[in-house]
Design a protein around this ligand. Structure first.
Ligand SMILES: Cc1cc2nc3c(=O)[nH]c(=O)nc-3n(C[C@H](O)[C@H](O)[C@H](O)COP(=O)(O)OP(=O)(O)OC[C@H]3O[C@@H](n4cnc5c(N)ncnc54)[C@H](O)[C@@H]3O)c2cc1C
Length: 375
């Protein structure tokens, strides 16, 4: 059996390593010039070039090939590489991840970057100039903003929604976080609609232009506007693609010889774009390719805000009414619908995180919630 894996992120590298260790003929293709590295460490390592350069694995796996895949020929069951060579497969695993969203207005502008790859992080670190604006107040945007702030730069976060971390926090928790971050020195603007840019003669960013207020000066602009699943190869090969590459419970695409896993895959309408999903999908595909009959079971979709001073965990849907409590800077909210825990958030303490893992989308009683809130 010949297996080709496209993409050396966490999903693709796990599959290739495991299959290779079990004697399967596997080849892993990557368009990036590095060995495997963990993307989630990039925000903390901004401005630390030495740390960034030390991030990728130096062990060159024998099955890793540094070539981009340009096309899939499903009839011939082969892929076309960027140097014109082809490679046959019995099974193909698409682990092409996602790309940071770039608004057209900011494309090809000096001083403007997304933060998705090691190359992005190195570019930001090498060209960082005061003042810095981060467009997007989600998890990644805030982590990057804090890392840069702590290196002594002036940083403003601009968020389009009514509050930062709008997908993870309710308005009360978001306000607590905002007060905390502002006391650390971060400037936060919410309800911001960015409409364009001002640049100097060298096409370098000078200011973010926003609706209904003065331009916000910046010499570095980091776009943290979410991601789009990388589906171009799949689309070109006429596989079923929606927001991601559509897969079934075995993570098969609309072609039974092709699987899709990680950020690029859409399972049951969802494209979560988080690490536990990529790992869970990789484990499931390894098992299938090794002949085990195990369906993919999605993990609990939990996100964690990682900061040296503060811990926040959020799971599921945190909109609507909740049972909550705020005491001494600790806040917890539980969102129950039809007797089931549809979402929860923990701010300032993660003591109750095990309960979220075990009870998410399951029945909970008012007594259990009262017990959790007895801090
Ligand atoms: C800065 C940052 C911080 C994050 N923090 C967290 C966090 O705290 N918690 C969390 O759960 N998630 C976090 N995430 C998300 C998490 O990193 C992703 O869910 C995870 O990396 C997805 O892994 P993947 O293998 O599916 O895709 P990726 O890691 O995106 O890897 C895909 C690879 O495929 C390559 N590729 C694409 N097309 C081709 C082609 N045609 N030929 C060859 N190679 C190709 C790409 O270059 C890339 O190397 C973060 C992401 C970023 C960017």
């Amino acid at each position: 059996m010949r297996v080709c894996v496209i993409g050396n992120g966490v999903a693709g590298s796990m599959v290739a390593e495991r299959l290779s260790s079990r004697g399967v003929a596997v080849t892993l293709y990557t368009e990036e010039p590095y060995g495997f590295y963990s993307r989630i460490k990039l925000p903390q390592l901004l401005c630390d070039e030495e740390g960034l350069c030390a991030l990728p694995s130096t062990r060159e796996a024998p099955y890793l090939v540094h070539k981009a895949v340009k096309k899939i020929d499903r009839q011939k069951q082969e892929i076309l590489l960027d140097d014109g060579e082809t490679s046959p497969y019995d099974f193909l695993v698409l682990a092409t991840g996602s790309r940071g969203r770039v608004l057209d207005a900011f494309a090809n502008t000096k001083g403007v970057s997304t933060l998705r790859t090691l190359e992005d992080a190195l570019l930001i670190s090498q060209t960082l100039a005061d003042p810095v604006v981060v467009l997007g107040g989600g998890l990644l945007g805030l982590e990057a903003a804090l890392a840069i702030l702590r290196k002594g730069y002036g940083v403003t976060v601009c968020e389009g929604a009514s509050h930062i971390l709008a997908r993870q926090l309710d308005a009360k928790a978001s306000k607590l976080l905002r007060v905390q971050l502002e006391s650390d020195g971060l400037v936060i603007n919410e309800c911001i609609k960015a409409t364009g840019k001002r640049v100097d003669q060298d096409n370098r960013i000078e200011a973010l232009v926003v609706e209904g207020r003065e331009d916000i000066p910046c010499k570095t602009l980091i776009l943290s506007l979410g991601v789009n699943a990388e589906t171009s190869l799949a689309k070109d090969a006429d596989l079923e693609v929606d927001r991601g590459i559509v897969v079934d419970e075995k993570l098969r695409t609309s072609d039974e010889h092709i699987f899709a896993i990680g950020d690029c895959a859409q399972y049951k309408g969802q494209v979560p774009g988080i690490l536990p999903v990529a790992i869970g999908m990789a484990q499931s595909v390894m098992a299938t390719l090794l002949g085990e009959t195990k369906d993919y079971i999605p993990p609990v979709l939990m996100t964690r805000f990682k900061d040296e001073k503060l811990e926040i965990v959020s799971v599921g849907d945190v909109s609507g009414a909740s049972t909550n409590k705020l005491k001494d800077g600790r806040y917890e909210a539980y969102f129950v619908e039809d007797g089931k825990l549809k979402g929860a958030l923990l701010y300032g303490s993660v003591e109750n995180v095990a309960f979220l893992r075990s009870h998410y989308l399951k029945a909970v009683t008012p007594e259990e919630i009262a017990e959790l809130l007895s801090f």
